[in-house]
Design a protein around this ligand. Structure first.
Ligand code: PBG
Length: 324
């Protein structure tokens, strides 16, 4: 007896596999996160993320031009200031490194690729938390909100097409939306980090932004044990005016991504974070994994789980391996 059900028929040739592929990854689905540091003379490698650097203003312009030429979906900027303070003034100051770099990048790429900005205080505070602290040293949600509003306006003034609040303060999207609207930035979009977990996979990012953080972010970022909460966070952000929502990290949270994708009617992004990059890079360095195949497989898996958009430090490089 021959089996009559033969799924293998559809796998027999590359053309057949291409014909029936359900999920694809194209350059436009990818967003490149980049770091730009104040006062650098030359790009500075990040040891725990081989191939990723803290950019100078000049090298960032070049990276942005390459991202646009590669057909990427976007570029997301993170600033690394040379001085920090308790309230993160470098983030709201129009002359702060992130805002200056946003102007540089807009001058370089115009509207060819959406320019996005991380809207969060952790890179700018001397204590490394995503918000300002109260007298007891706890992150003060409500005192942080107006600063996020000012920061988003400074970023939009500097040319950001998209602001991306990543601090997990309750009410942040609503406050940012009103602040942008009042400042006349009605077309600046908000990509909300809706479901952001308190994850060990952010380890290398702390080196990337010279983070000053002592302790952890468990009082504001989500507990990895909880998935249902992610749908609630996304729903709140949508009510407050989020244009897109994000789940982060990606690979250890694919179930959460699927839930959020199923329960939201806006584009959903997933962030393949620094620790995911480091983990695969280390295994590749040892010859234990095939680089290109592993990277494309992870991006495909993240897309299959429901991401319309994937943030990945491999974006520009991976674009060269993908169909346009
Ligand atoms: C906060 C922020 C973090 C990351 C992106 N935005 C760090 C954190 O929440 O601790 C992590 C990104 C990565 O690990 O690649 N501004």
């Amino acid at each position: 007896m021959f089996p009559t059900d033969r799924p293998r028929r559809l796998r027999a040739t590359p053309g057949m596999r291409r014909l029936v592929a359900e999920t694809d990854v194209r350059p436009r689905h990818l967003v490149l996160p980049v770091f730009v540091a104040e006062g650098l003379d030359a790009p500075r490698p990040i040891t725990s993320m081989p191939g990723v650097v803290q950019h100078t203003r000049d090298s960032l312009r070049k990276a942005a031009a390459e991202a646009a030429a590669a057909g990427l979906g976007g570029i997301m900027l993170f600033g690394v200031p040379s001085r920090r303070d308790a309230v993160g003034s470098g983030g709201t100051n129009p002359e702060g490194i992130l805002n200056v770099a946003l102007r540089d990048v807009r001058a370089e790429v115009g509207d060819a690729v959406p320019v996005m900005a991380d809207t969060c205080l952790d890179e700018f505070t001397d204590h490394g938390h995503c918000g300002v602290l109260d007298d007891e040293g706890r992150v003060d949600n409500d005192a942080t909100l107006p600063i996020y509003g000012q920061m988003a306006v400074a970023q939009a003034d500097a040319g950001a097409h998209v602001v991306a609040p990543s601090g997990m303060m309750d009410g942040q999207v609503g406050v940012i939306r009103s602040a942008l609207d009042e400042a006349g930035h009605r077309d600046t979009a908000i990509l909300a980090y809706s479901a952001k977990y308190a994850s060990a996979f952010y380890g290398p990012f702390r080196e990337a932004v010279d983070s000053q953080l002592q302790g952890d972010r468990r009082t504001y970022q989500q507990d990895p044990a909880n998935a249902r909460e992610a749908a609630r966070e996304a729903a709140l952000d949508l009510d407050e005016g989020a244009d897109m929502v994000m789940v982060k990290p990606a690979m250890a949270y694919l179930d959460v991504l699927r839930r959020v994708a199923d329960s939201s009617d806006v584009p959903v992004a997933a962030y393949q974070v620094s620790g995911e990059y480091a983990m695969i890079s280390a295994a590749v360095e040892r010859g234990w994994l095939d680089r290109e195949r592993t990277i494309v497989e992870t991006l495909t898996g993240i897309r299959r789980a429901g991401a319309d958009i994937v943030l990945t430090y491999w974006a520009t490089e991976a674009a060269a391996w993908l169909d346009r």
